[in-house]
Design a protein around this ligand. Structure first.
Ligand code: CA2
Length: 158
């Protein structure tokens, strides 16, 4: 299973600015943890960040040939980007939207993601661990969690 993780604008500053909202974990630390989880779960991972909407659209389009699933934290573009919405709509595989903070508990500007209508699931408010949960959800949904993992994790409630 090839998973592409895409991060939007300003997330390169994670852990450096506004730790009271976004915590003290850097994007590099999130990348390392996602790589460790991918290795454990037997998945392939590519991890990206860009501050540019067009580059993010190109990445989403490239996932059509390079990935089986997308995990995206669109950051500020969540609330504005029709171009990213359109690109996500033409991806065939599962897409999970991740937000480190609970966007539903934020101010009006940060509350309604335009992109959520184009994704399978939204994970918000779990901090950086949300990325790991999203990877687990992708693999569980595809029946690709390792056989050796406990049924409660691999299958969940039936
Ligand atoms: O909680 C999230 O993951 C967000 O997508 C982060 C976005 C925000 O616009 C969304 O409402 C929720 C902002 C990312 C900005 O990242 C910064 C990191 C450090 C310092 C300043 C901004």
């Amino acid at each position: 299973m090839r998973i592409m993780i895409i991060n939007g604008p300003n997330l390169n500053l994670l852990g450096v600015r506004e730790p009271h909202i976004y915590g003290s974990t850097t994007l590099e630390a999130i990348k390392s943890a996602c790589e460790a989880f991918a290795a454990l779960a037997g998945a392939q991972l590519s991890f990206h960040q860009s501050n540019h909407e067009g580059v993010l659209v190109d990445l989403i389009q490239s996932a059509r040939s390079d990935a089986d699933a997308i995990i995206i934290n669109p950051a500020g573009y969540s609330f504005t980007s029709v171009a990213m919405f359109d690109a996500l709509k033409i991806f065939d595989g599962p897409i999970y939207e991740v937000h480190i903070s609970n966007i539903h508990a934020r101010d009006e500007l940060h509350r309604h993601s335009k992109l959520s209508a184009a994704v399978k699931g939204v994970i918000a408010g779990l901090g950086p661990y949300g990325y790991i949960v999203a990877m687990q959800a992708v693999l569980q949904g595809a029946g690709k969690l390792p056989e050796a993992w406990p049924e409660a994790v691999r299958v969940g409630p039936q």
